[in-house]
Write a protein that binds this ligand. Sequence first.
Ligand SMILES: Nc1ncnc2c1ncn2[C@@H]1O[C@H](COP(=O)(O)OP(=O)(O)OP(=O)(O)O)[C@@H](O)[C@H]1O
Ligand SMILES: Cc1cn([C@H]2C[C@H](O)[C@@H](COP(=O)(O)O)O2)c(=O)[nH]c1=O
Length: 213
Amino acid sequence: MMSNPLPGFFISFEGIDGAGKSTHIESFSKLIKSRYPQYEVVLTREPGGTVLGEQLRSLLLDAPMHLETEALLMFAARREHIAQVIEPALLAGKIVISDRFTDASFAYQGGGRGLSIDKLNALEQWVQTRADGGLLQPNLTFLFDLPGSIAQARRSKVRLPDKFEKMDLVFFEKVRQEYLRRAKADPLRFHLIDATQTPEVIWSGLQQLEIAL
Ligand SMILES: Nc1ncnc2c1ncn2[C@@H]1O[C@H](COP(=O)(O)OP(=O)(O)OP(=O)(O)O)[C@@H](O)[C@H]1O
Ligand SMILES: Cc1cn([C@H]2C[C@H](O)[C@@H](COP(=O)(O)O)O2)c(=O)[nH]c1=O
């Protein structure tokens, strides 16, 4: 496999709540399995992906807390996730597909809530520095981009809102803009998906994509 110095391949799905990641991630993982039967695929999520991470997820999605506590817990869950799931899988040459990773911290805690970029950069360096000194990052990130108002309408049809989903449209517009800023800054890693399209059109686009492992 390619550019990541670890032998595996790391893909993340990102976007504001309700943009449509979960609708596609499982089928995408099956598609990758059928296309690359020689590689094992690990489907995971953040916050979560480990026993401790899932416990932290329950707290993070429900309990009110200081913004810095929220950021620290996101990165604590991520540290555990990397140590127990992501790094061992990548070292073993597997394909890891994660529903969210660190871009979500920059978008939600940074863009949305206003935590300083310096603090987020410091946490990222701390938690994601690999043994060889490089930074663990996804090789490929799908960004499902959608205006907050459409995402909110889609969400409200199907579920009760968690702590983040209760935030207003101004918050989600800031989150969205930070995602877009990051995508623009790293066009080789990000693949932007216009999530206003129908699920069928989005799925067909995903199927047609050439992924160079
Ligand atoms: N392209 C689409 N057009 C219309 N509705 C969609 C589309 N994609 C997903 N939906 C619907 O929108 C709702 C939210 O989708 P989904 O749960 O996949 O979003 P998500 O990005 O995973 O959200 P979250 O991050 O909050 O889990 C679901 O009811 C889903 O069926
Ligand atoms: C990883 C991560 C996540 N979040 C937020 C984004 C979502 O509102 C929830 C996760 O819910 P989902 O239905 O699984 O998408 O957590 C965050 O604020 N910061 C992060 O680093």
